[in-house]
Each structure stands twice: as C-alpha cells, then as structure tokens.
Design a binder for this molecule. Structure first.
Ligand SMILES: Cc1cc2nc3c(=O)[nH]c(=O)nc-3n(C[C@H](O)[C@H](O)[C@H](O)COP(=O)(O)OP(=O)(O)OC[C@H]3O[C@@H](n4cnc5c(N)ncnc54)[C@H](O)[C@@H]3O)c2cc1C
Length: 381
C-alpha cells in the first residue's frame, strides 16, 4: 500500500540522508561496532547536513524542517542497521526537553550546539536500583547557595561516553511522601568536577552504542541548569515519553521491513532439494505471515505518527505502537533468521545483528509490560 505521510520535499530529504548514510556511516559500521561507539566526528557531520534536530526552528540554530524529517532519519538508520548512532535519542527524545521546558536563555545556550552536533546529549533516568519505577530514584540534588550539589549513580545511559550534556533526573525533595513531585531535571555538562563517566557496558546488541554508567559525586551545577520548575521533572518526563515510545516503534517497524525484504531476496536465491527455498510452502507461509504483520504495523504506526504530528497527545496509542511493534518486529526477525539457516546465526549477516539489536526495544523506553500498565490505566481498568 502507498504511504501518504510524506510530501515531495520529504522524499528529497530521505534521498539526501541516504547519501549521508552511504558516505559517512556505512563505511564505518564494522569499526564502530568493534570500538563500542561511533566517531565523535559523525555527529558534527550529521549536524552540518541538517540531519540533527531537523524539526528545530532556525532561530534556535535548527534546519527548520518538521518532525516527519526525524521520522525519515529513524527509518533510514534502521534500514541501514545502524543501532549505535543515537540520533533519534538526541534529536527527538532529549533535545525536546530543552526546547519545550527550557528558558529562552537555556535554549540560546544549548540548542544551536545540539543542532550542529557540537553538543551530544544523554538522558539519565535509570539507576542501578530502579528503572521502571522512576519515582524511586535516589540521586539527589541539594541546594547550596546558587548551586545544586548532585550525588548518585545512573546506569544503562545511552551516549554515556560521547555526551557533552546530560539531562539528569534527580530528587530535589527526597521525602518519600512526595515521590513524584520530588523529581527535577538538571543539565550537567561533561567535564564538571564530580561528574564521572563510568565504564561502557557490554551488551548483547547495539554494539556501537556507548551505553554507560554515570556517577555524580558532590557535583556542583548552577541552579540555572535546572530545566523547568523544581519538582516538575516527573510531569515533564511523562509528557515527552509518548514521543520516545513512538520513536522506538518507528525504528522497530522499519527494521522489520528491511529484514523481511532481504529475507525474501535470500529465499529466492538459496536452493535446497533442487529448488529455491521460497518454493517450499513453509517458507511461503512464514514470509506471508511476516509480510502481513509488517503491513498491519505500517498502517498503524503511520496513523499514530500522522496524529502525533498534528498535535494529538496519544498516550494509549504510542504505548500500543511501542509494545506491539517491538514484539512483532522480534517475531518477524526471528522467523526471518530461521529462513537464513546457519547463515542467520553468523554476525556478518545483518539479520543476526538485527535480531540482537531488536531485543532491547522491548525493554527500553519503558518495558513492554509498563506499556500495558499504562494502557490498562487509560482503559480505566
Ligand atoms: C541498551 C539500553 C539503553 C538504555 N538507555 C537508557 C538511557 O539512555 N537513559 C535511561 O535513563 N535509561 C536507559 N535504559 C534503561 C531502560 O530504560 C531500563 O532498563 C528499563 O526502563 C527497565 O528498567 P530496569 O532495567 O530497572 O528493569 P525493572 O524496572 O527492574 O524491571 C524488571 C522487570 O519487571 C517488570 N516490571 C517492573 N515493573 C512492573 C509493573 N509495574 N508491572 C509489570 N511488570 C513490571 C519489567 O517489565 C521487567 O520485565 C537503557 C537500557 C538499555 C538496556
């Protein structure tokens, strides 16, 4: 079925981003995976090309496009099997906090660098003791004169090594009675005394993503680095997490489509028992099932994107898209991997990496169980 989301200018944007991927990303993917992070320079190149924060207004240093350009970036990264270069996390998950809730002074200070790639961002919510239960975080920010003094540790933080700015979820009021209203968001710049980037974590997938531990030990940050009002952190996070969930769904969908496309081509070429394996009924049924799931996912996610871009606050639908599309992508990729036989298990075949990369999509950005908790609440259950 034809997609109707995009205008001709989006097609041009897609073409130019594909060229960028061919020139600046694909040749380095193998090395980035072995080094455990992407080159710092590729962020600046992406900024120079207008691919970071493509929706950001020109007055803040952005390219002045719309969010559909971001959707294209996410889709094309997934199609290139690039899971380390966390452009969407930066452009569509973290920078929106600064853009929506920052003061004009903060926007002027940080947004141009975010769009140019001079400033790479990270978002630090998760701690060793808590992930899903955000209200239970223990990192504290205590006022002392004009500063906050931050103490605590965060883990599983994407862009943890390369980040220049970290939006940190902290407790400004540790009273358990104010668990939700005690959370604030504070920006910590790399290089501040007391802010230590810990080790890069070894993961089963996303080999080129520098997911890390972060530590704050009496780290002083001006109170002016707080984003939004004190105690509004939980509300701001809940407000923006819809888009985060949708981003994960968009990537999962595009990844499943790409794997399916390559699997169909492989099944037509690979022979067994004197004929292409695509001629076995089992192969056909599996591919038909995958194609049906992928088609249904495409229609749903495009409609959620359309309404999200139109300004609707879709709590249930973003959560539905996140859990269903990531579960479905995993099923599709698993079925496709099986059709590759032994080659599907070999890392030089993209389907093997796609399988390992896809697994985390059911865990981060809120686990799929938490998505169902949210939907159940919306259903009044
Ligand atoms: C590669 C990677 C990158 C990440 N990047 C970031 C990042 O950049 N920033 C950041 O802050 N975090 C990041 N995370 C952390 C991620 O968001 C958390 O791992 C996730 O939210 C789950 O939290 P947890 O690991 O503490 O699991 P837990 O919260 O301990 O959950 C364990 C299990 O219990 C289930 N569970 C928990 N509560 C409920 C409930 N109420 N009902 C039913 N089941 C429940 C969960 O679904 C899960 O299956 C990343 C994680 C990974 C793996």
């Amino acid at each position: 079925m034809d997609r109707t989301l995009f205008a001709p200018e989006h097609d041009l944007f897609r073409q130019s981003f594909r060229q960028f991927l061919d020139k600046e990303v694909r040749p380095h993917q193998e090395r980035w995976a072995s080094e455990g992070q992407v080159d710092r320079e590729v962020w600046r190149k992406a900024g120079a090309g207008g691919f970071l924060c493509p929706w950001l207004e020109e007055k803040w240093g952005g390219p002045g496009g719309d969010w559909l350009c971001s959707v294209i970036v996410m889709e094309e990264l997934a199609r290139a099997y690039e899971s380390g270069f966390a452009m969407a996390l930066h452009s569509d998950i973290i920078v929106p906090y600064l853009h929506s809730f920052g003061s004009d002074a903060q926007r002027a200070q940080w947004l141009p660098g975010c769009a140019s790639g001079e400033l790479v961002t990270a978002l630090a919510m998760t701690e060793p003791g808590t992930g899903s239960d955000l209200a239970a975080i223990k990192t504290t920010a205590v006022k002392d004169g004009d500063d906050y003094v931050i103490n605590g540790s965060k883990t599983f933080i994407s862009n943890g090594q390369l980040c220049d700015l970290v939006v940190v979820a902290v407790k400004t009021d540790p009273d358990p009675a104010n668990a939700h209203r005690g959370i604030s968001l504070v920006v910590v710049e790399a290089g501040r005394p007391g802010f230590v980037k810990g080790k890069k974590l070894h993961k089963m997938g996303m080999a080129a993503q520098d997911t890390s531990e972060l530590f704050f030990q009496d780290c002083r940050v001006p109170i002016g680095n707080r984003v939004g009002v004190e105690g509004a952190g939980f509300m701001m996070l809940m407000n923006k997490l819809q888009q985060e969930r949708l981003c994960v769904a968009i990537g999962a969908q595009a990844g499943a489509e790409q794997v399916l496309k390559e699997t169909i081509a492989y099944c037509k070429e690979r022979h067994a028992f004197g004929k292409p394996i695509s001629k076995f009924q089992n192969t056909q049924f599996k591919l038909v099932e995958c194609a049906t799931k992928v088609q249904i996912g495409r229609v749903f996610v495009d409609e959620v994107v359309r309404q999200h871009v139109a300004g609707k606050h879709l709590i249930s639908e973003c959560s539905m898209a996140k859990w269903w599309l990531t579960d479905t992508a995993q099923e599709v990729i698993d079925d496709c991997l099986q059709l590759f036989g032994g080659y599907g298990y070999m890392l030089e075949y993209p389907v093997a990496r796609a399988f390992m990369d896809a697994r985390v999509q059911r865990i981060y950005a809120g686990t799929n169980e938490i998505m169902k908790v949210i939907i159940a609440k919306q259903m009044g259950l």
